[in-house]
Design a protein around this ligand. Structure first.
Ligand SMILES: [Zn+2]
Length: 301
């Protein structure tokens, strides 16, 4: 499905050490992949949709996806960090078409792409449009901003460019925009591409900004951090039922009850249980609701 002419120019994959700061817990992606503590709980809450995961950063996907499916994971939205990662995600999508919703994008917590990479990426997403479920992960840098070679304004312009591609291809956007960057990204979205559906993944933002985001119809997701962090629990309680998604951002490693454990969509069992405790719903109902929301955003099967 990916033309050979394009495959030849793929750069070797790189994993960027983005998202340091508060999210950084010392291990990073490499350590997460080494995790050997398996998640052993029985899944009783029906099926679940992991709305944001970096699937191309896992190995042994045949074995893993088989296990995740047995654990009730119906689908995942697999986002990408750059051109090479977008190619890898599309290859994974081709191998597991029923499970994977593919996202192609440029993670904002890293240097902006070279023009040639950007041009090739635009060509790729146009060619592969029918296999792509979203433009993402895109957004604005926060954790790495002080260490990046370009100023925030350059990232604002680049986000606007990415959103124009989403608008042109009629695809939703998977956004990384946290703290004071959430409102900034929201304003760019409203200004540049108000009709593009968007998902503010692992959102951390003031209450009034969360309200603006959800009132405008955008989705918000929580990660396994909601199981042990009050800030995320408050956010989950504030998000309207039809705007909430669950995700792992795997293989990002988590702390609390998940310390030392590999991050996989199976952890969403605990996320669903925690959310059910917050909303008073049955776990199965909550899992079904977030599943439906994710299907609305990223397309179901
Ligand atoms: Zn991510």
């Amino acid at each position: 499905m990916i033309p050979a002419s394009l495959l030849k120019v793929v750069l070797p994959g790189e994993v960027y050490p983005f998202c340091l700061g508060e999210k950084h817990s010392g291990g990073g992606f490499a350590a997460a992949s080494r995790g050997n503590t398996e998640y052993k709980k029985t899944w009783e809450a029906g099926v679940v949709f992991d709305a944001h995961i970096h699937l191309e950063q896992y190995d042994n996907l045949d074995e893993r996806i088989k296990r995740w499916r047995e654990a009730g994971v119906k689908q995942v939205t697999a986002v990408s960090n750059d051109l090479a990662s977008s190619y890898r995600t599309l290859e994974i999508k081709e191998r597991y078409p029923d499970v994977v919703r593919a996202g192609c994008g440029f993670h904002p917590e890293q240097p902006l792409p070279e023009t040639s990479e950007w041009e090739e990426w635009k060509c790729l997403v146009k060619l592969e449009r029918e296999h792509i479920a979203c433009i993402g992960e895109i957004g604005l840098p926060h954790y790495e901003l002080d260490y990046l070679p370009s100023p925030l304004e350059a990232y604002e312009e680049f986000l606007a460019e990415c959103l124009l591609v989403a608008r042109e291809l009629k695809l939703p956007a998977a956004l990384h925009a946290v703290h004071d960057k959430a409102e900034l990204a929201f304003d760019i979205l409203r200004r540049e591409a108000p009709a593009v559906p968007a998902h503010f993944h692992w959102l951390k933002a003031p209450e009034d900004v969360v309200a603006r985001i959800t009132k405008a119809g955008y989705m918000v997701s929580v990660t396994p951090e909601v199981c042990y962090r009050e800030r995320d629990q408050r956010l989950a309680a504030a998000v309207p039922p039809d705007r909430l998604l669950v995700e792992t951002d795997g293989p990002w490693p988590f702390q609390g009850p998940f310390a030392g454990m590999e991050t996989t969509p199976e952890l969403l069992h605990d996320v669903i249980a925690t959310l059910a405790g917050i909303t008073g719903e049955k776990e199965a109902d909550l899992a079904a609701r977030t599943q439906k929301n994710a299907e609305r955003m990223y397309g179901g099967m």
